[in-house]
Write a protein that binds this ligand. Structure first.
Ligand code: GLP
Length: 241
């Protein structure tokens, strides 16, 4: 694991955005794994700005998001489809046919999860996987106790993640309990991965990921096994290291 502790939050976002841009410049046909969450909103802003300054195009890139809520159609404002349109796809020249998320509205979510894994394989696997981290150490929606060899599948969210993500839903509306997520095994097969964590709320999970034992109790700790994992942190997220 390469751990980069940046001087402040903006520097961390800038560093991560430059690493994403480097990949796009070096290989315009890259397959990117993408993530959602508040942490990633400024990252997408910055990546779009840097790529724009350099005149880089996303037209040949392909993307696969980590996860999606089950039961939310793509048009739902809290779906990850909608998030990606708003923060990234609507603002770049990507070919929409090349921008993939699991279909949370599929009639058979388990079959959709399996098919999604197949679509990643057909694309030749993921060149660079962007990852956030949950306060309980989850990556994608691989909650604690997820198998470290798991593949894309249907998962149930823990109460703590439901509570954390309820903040993104209107008052009175709760997030769906079920999700489709790439597995930890799927994530570990990416050729490189980049985890961005900012803020004191992530400090304990970051410590367990980097300094703790590799364990399903902290799914992000599996990244210790990844041959090319870069962890970009601001000082608050790194404060327990
Ligand atoms: C969700 C997503 C994760 C993300 C996490 C943290 O659970 N499925 O991929 O890493 O939220 O999000 P935030 O950046 O909002 O803290």
């Amino acid at each position: 694991m390469k751990v980069l502790i940046c001087t402040d939050t903006n520097a961390a976002i800038d560093r991560a955005a430059h690493l994403m841009t480097d990949r796009l410049r070096d290989k315009p046909k890259s397959v990117f794994g993408l993530a959602t969450g508040s942490t990633m909103e400024p990252l997408y802003d910055r990546w779009i700005a840097i790529a724009g300054d350099e005149g880089l195009s996303f037209a040949r890139a392909r993307t696969f998001n980590l996860d999606e809520y089950v039961g939310l159609p793509a048009s739902h404002p809290q779906s990850y489809h909608h998030y990606m349109e708003r923060f990234f796809f609507d603002r770049i020249d990507i070919d929409r046919a090349n921008a993939h998320l699991p279909n949370g509205a599929a009639p058979d979510p388990a079959a959709e999860a399996k098919a999604y894994e197949g679509r990643i394989a057909n694309a030749g696997g993921i060149d660079l996987q962007l990852i956030g981290i949950g306060r309980n150490g989850h990556i994608g929606f691989n909650e604690p106790t997820s198998s470290l060899t798991s593949r894309t599948r249907l998962k149930t969210l823990t109460r703590s993640t439901l509570e954390a993500n309820a903040a993104h839903f209107p008052p009175g509306e709760t997030p769906p309990r079920y999700v489709i997520t790439m597995g930890i095994g799927t994530i570990l097969e990416s050729r490189a991965c980049l985890l961005l964590a900012t803020g004191a709320g992530k400090a304990e999970a970051v410590e367990r990921m980097i300094e703790g034992a590799v364990s399903a109790a902290c799914p992000a700790s599996a990244l210790q096994f990844h041959p090319s994992a870069t962890i970009v942190l601001d000082p608050e997220a790194a404060s327990c290291l």
